[in-house]
Design a protein around this ligand. Structure first.
Ligand code: ADP
Ligand code: MG
Length: 220
């Protein structure tokens, strides 16, 4: 049997079999968990590290969430990072695309408030070689998957699922408990309206004993 001198062998082409001639795709990283689990802190940490590495960063948040700062994302521990508030996914695309050639990392906080159109946009950005960091709640206060987050988790390269501290017992909390009477899906707020709870102490919908829990939260 003569030796096969096929031109596609590494020896014939001079390339390693693992070498690529196309531009590398980027990465989709999802940071998720309940309220107070440190999603925004972790997003801010990754964005700051990217900037230390001299990568150019564009950061967005839905304008529904203007709790603390209009033009930045903020954690409950008061860390912040500049962010552009957007009304919807189309608005985000319109702002991002003119500067896309200069951007290497795209961060989005509170992604659960964006429509499912964020999913193809995320994949498009990854295909263009961008590192896309998305932080958001995985479940609603009624313990249902929240907006586009579960699909983004399924499609991500890396998922970081964080937990908070249960405000009743101090165990690891994966749920967001709404306190008080409102039944609306989206009531933006933080301490006093929501708190982190473990499986044992989470009560979907409304915790009738919210005021007691508030006192407990204030005492911690
Ligand atoms: P998320 O974006 O997930 O809501 P943040 O990054 O804004 O969370 O805030 C995380 C910070 O919230 C923690 O570092 C801690 O200082 C504070 N915090 C307040 N309540 C809790 C809790 N129940 N569990 C954990 N951290 C809490
Ligand atoms: Mg947050």
């Amino acid at each position: 049997m003569p030796h096969d001198t096929n031109a596609t062998t590494p020896q014939a082409t001079g390339h390693s079999p693992l070498a690529t001639s196309y531009s590398l795709p980027g990465l989709l990283e999802v940071i998720t968990g309940p309220m107070f689990s440190g999603k925004s802190e972790e997003l801010i940490r990754r964005l700051k590290r990217a900037r230390i590495a001299r990568q150019r960063v564009a950061c967005y948040k839905p304008d529904i969430d203007l709790r603390y700062h209009r033009t930045s994302i903020a954690s409950h521990s008061s860390q912040t990072h500049d962010a552009c508030p957007v009304t919807n996914v189309e608005h985000l695309r319109e702002d991002l695309y003119p500067q896309l050639a200069d951007v290497e990392v795209v961060g989005i906080d509170e992604v659960q408030f964006l429509s499912p159109e964020i999913i193809p946009l995320a994949l498009e950005l990854v295909a263009l070689g961008k590192r896309v960091l998305m932080a958001g709640l995985d479940t609603t206060f009624a313990n249902e998957p929240f907006g586009p987050v579960p699909a983004l988790m399924a499609l991500a390269d890396k998922v970081t699922k964080l937990s908070a501290v249960c405000m009743v017992c101090g165990q690891s909390a994966i749920h967001t408990q709404r306190l008080g009477a409102s039944q609306e899906l989206v009531v933006v707020g933080a301490t006093g309206i929501y708190e982190a709870r473990c499986r044992a102490h989470f009560k979907p919908w409304v915790d009738e004993h919210g005021s007691e829990q508030l006192e407990l939260a204030a005492a911690l």
